[in-house]
Design a protein around this ligand. Sequence first.
Ligand SMILES: O=P(O)(O)OC[C@H]1O[C@H](O[C@H]2O[C@H](CO)[C@@H](O)[C@H](O)[C@H]2O)[C@H](O)[C@@H](O)[C@@H]1O
Length: 365
Amino acid sequence: MTQQNVLVSDTKSGVTVFPTTSQKPPPAPGGGYISIQRRWVLKDLEINGGQRINAWLESMRASSPTHLKSTPSFAEEQTSWILHHPSALDMFDQIIEASKGKQIVMFLDYDGTLSPIVEDPDRAFMSDSMRKTVRKLARYFPTAIVTGRCKDKVYNFVRLAELYYAGSHGMDIKGPTRSSKYNKGSKAQAVLYQPASEFLPMIDEVYKQLVDKTKSTPGAKVENNKFCVSVHFRCVDEKKWSELAHQVKSVLKDHPKLRLTQGRKVLEIRPTIKWDKGKALEFLLESLGLGNCSDVFPIYIGDDRSDEDAFKKLRDRGQGFGILVSKFAKDTNASYSLQEPNEVMKFLQRLVEWKHLTPQPCSRV
Ligand SMILES: O=P(O)(O)OC[C@H]1O[C@H](O[C@H]2O[C@H](CO)[C@@H](O)[C@H](O)[C@H]2O)[C@H](O)[C@@H](O)[C@@H]1O
């Protein structure tokens, strides 16, 4: 039997969530920690095992907030969650205070963070006002896009050459091709890292197999993200989810070097290498010459489970913090929340305004 990792929901037990490190975010009103009944846990899944397909389905269903809304304690849990993951907009002054004397570095996820979630992944456009805001942001802070998408595809959406890009869940990293004040010279432009390059032929093959296997399932869409593949089920009738899960499983069973994770209505197939968005964040800090600095303040904003690796990395490093973009209570390693991309834009605009009005003595990068 091949062992694979998959995200499944633990809906039965109430789980008390405590911070994972000594790092303390600026105090949230209310204090204390909460018990969250729906906790996303990473469990080993026997991918060839017959009944385990139910775990896939459970996870696929739980990725839909409409299922969560029907639970009786929903409203209570929401209120409690927001107390402990307050709005980054409401806490803006405290955040700035915590960053005092430190170099802020910005890490931004794409889908659900800079662009709203839409049915067709090829039409997840970023608004012009968001692009303008991110462009200004990159004038003041080193800025990276960290995404599950293929790097070139996300670049076509964002179209800002002064940013760092980490595509394929961080497995395809490239420095800026245009320098800016906070991102000077050839050193940044030389940044290039592809830790999963040996998987390219396998991913190509698996992509073709998945396209073929899933073509009988209406609404299923397979996306080649270069070092990983996404199988979208947002437009698949829920009655067909089991069929789709079986199709994906039938392809994966012959590829023990690939693993399955899950995002928002998407199954993600990726290499088993120990590399994720958290590792990419660390790599980028090192590339910026800030890897071993105590006076760096990274802020990572993301909406999905793969972003948790980066939130966790920041907690483990005891530096900066994560902001989860979500309207719903979720177990997270992020310290703050924003409800939707519009709020992300407001937060970024406030950072730009603050930096513009407050000249800093010097910058490390
Ligand atoms: O790391 P991210 O930038 O958040 O990428 C994760 C996945 O994002 C995209 O899918 C998601 O957004 C789509 C467009 O809004 C939506 O249709 C889909 O349901 C979401 O899962 C992208 O298409 C995937 O390849 C990424 O893995």
